[in-house]
Design a protein around this ligand. Sequence first.
Ligand code: HEC
Length: 101
Amino acid sequence: MKKMLLAALLLGTAAAPAMANLALAQKNNCLSCHAVDHKVVGPAYKDVAKKYAGDKGAEAKLIAKVKAGGSGVWGPIPMPPNSQVSDADIKTLVKWVLSQK
Ligand code: HEC
C-alpha cells in the first residue's frame, strides 16, 4: 500500500509539467487545431515529434513556423500566424510538442 502511494506520488510529479504544458496549449488556442495523438486541422503533436526526431535544427525552425504560420509541410491547409503568443510560450510549447512520444 505504501509502495503504491509512493508510485502515485512520483507519477503525480512527473505528470505535472506535462499537464501544465497542455494547459498552456489550451490557453493559446493551439488545441482548437491540434491534439497530441490524432490529426485535427493540424498534425498530431506525436506525429510532429516523430517527423523531427533527431533533427537538431527542428526546435528553432518550428518556433519560427508557429510564430509566423505557414503551410506545405503536412498538407495544403495553412497554420495561421500565432503572433499573439509570447516567444517564451512558443518556445515552451515547441519543446513540449517535440517531446511527445
Ligand atoms: C487554425 C488552426 C491552427 C492553430 C490555432 C494552430 N495550428 Fe499548428 N498547425 C496547423 C496546421 C494546418 C499545420 C500544418 C502546416 C503545414 O502543413 O505546414 C500546423 C503545424 C504545426 C506544427 C508543425 C509545423 C511543421 O512545419 O512541421 C507545429 C509544431 C504546430 N503547428 C504547433 C502549434 C502551436 C504550438 C500552436 C499554438 C500556439 C498552433 N500550432 C496553433 C493549424 C493550427
